[in-house]
Design a protein around this ligand. Structure first.
Ligand code: GLY
Length: 363
């Protein structure tokens, strides 16, 4: 990594000095994407939206709903594809480990028709935390289990214990360990590479042909995080939320920025008040930036992190917004499964330059 924690704190304070007033945020909207090609949003249902890493999952989830599946069962089956993919280092099997080389997973889900929720945090050795979250929802009077208790519950429910560190993710972790502090006792090697922190995540939101919704988010969280760190993905109302009267929403990116605004709940409430899904996502980004500590902003109040919101309205309209231009999201509806560009607040050229603090890189 480029900076120690101490150096980063100092650099953040310097960048924050003399902060200008927030500029009005320019919303660069694509409009309501579902209202194209003569297809009404409702005609497009069942429909699914997710982060781009869910492109295979949205197709599966939609196919399942066409066969009559429940929206949450469909969304969870969709994210299971990514959780079980050892090549994806952002979730489940092969997810990048924490500082100690241990994979700790977070997930939460919500079921619109029955108004229930489930979640797990810092879960170890189980590849599909989304399904454990659903088991918490289905089989307990609780909503949120963490750590050793979550694992014990999962094993009792019949989930299989396995080592989630793959040879590839172990090599990445070892290279991080060899690079992260020049004063530690780990020797550097010529083939060591700079390893970026990642906080890949998958959020998926589904609506059936009749308008029932479900939402799920699952992640291995920040790579090389402090053991025990739980991010937004495990937190109902932050990483995901749904309300069968309105729709479903979720987030990927810097969880610490999203938790403070209860982002998924915020998106749903914006939609309930009349905002389009895309506008609701953009408003959530604006609120997250307003709530960001100065050490993570440049002198024009542009964040040094990434954050994305995804929203699916009950009527089949959908939207997604990222702070900076560039990322795509996955969607599947009557027009098929595809990637589309996220709406955004700032162009990539407006992103703050210079060293990027730890735990703020792209997802
Ligand atoms: N959004 C994923 C995390 O922060 O853990």
């Amino acid at each position: 990594m480029a900076m120690s924690r101490r150096e980063f704190i100092g650099a953040g304070a310097t960048a924050a000095a003399g902060l200008a007033l927030a500029q009005p945020l320019t919303v660069q909207s694509r409009g309501d994407a579902a209202a194209v090609r003569g297809l009404t949003a409702a005609d497009a249902r069942p429909a699914v939206i997710s982060s781009a890493n869910g492109i295979r999952g949205v197709a599966k989830a939609r196919d399942m709903m066409l066969q009559g599946a429940d929206p949450l069962d469909a969304a969870i089956a969709g994210v299971n594809i990514t959780e079980l993919d050892p090549k994806d280092h952002s979730v489940g099997l092969g997810g990048l480990p924490n500082e100690d080389g241990v994979v700790q997973l977070d997930a939460s889900c919500m079921h619109g028709p029955t108004r229930r929720a489930g979640a797990v945090g810092a879960l170890e050795d189980i590849a599909t935390p989304s399904l454990v979250a659903k088991a918490v929802m289905d089989y307990t009077d609780h909503i949120f289990l963490v750590g050793a208790g979550a694992k014990k519950f999962a094993l009792e429910m019949g989930f299989k214990e396995q080592d989630l560190v793959t040879e590839e993710s172990r090599q990445i972790w070892l290279k991080w360990k060899a690079n992260h502090d020049p004063n530690d006792a780990w020797l550097d090697h010529d083939d060591d590479v700079k390893i970026a922190f990642t906080h890949g995540t998958i959020n998926m939101n589904a609506v059936t042909a009749s308008g029932d919704v479900g939402s799920v988010t699952t992640t291995s969280g920040f790579s090389y995080k402090i053991p025990g760190r739980v991010g937004d993905s495990a937190i109902v109302g932050a990483g995901q939320y749904c309300d069968n009267d309105v729709g479903a929403a979720g987030s990927t990116g810097r969880g610490e920025a999203n938790i403070k605004i209860a982002g998924a709940f915020f998106v749903i409430e914006q939609m309930r008040a009349g905002a389009s899904p895309e506008e609701a996502c953009l408003r959530a980004l604006q609120r997250a930036i307003q709530m960001t500590e100065t050490r993570l902003l440049d002198d024009r109040k542009r964040p040094r992190y990434d954050l994305t919101y995804y929203a699916m309205a009950k009527d089949g309209r959908y939207g997604c917004a990222n702070i900076y231009q560039g990322p795509q999201f996955a969607v599947a509806d009557a027009r098929g499964a595809r990637l589309e560009s996220c709406a955004y607040l700032f162009t990539e050229s407006e992103r703050p330059r210079g060293p990027v603090p730890m735990h703020t890189l792209s997802h």
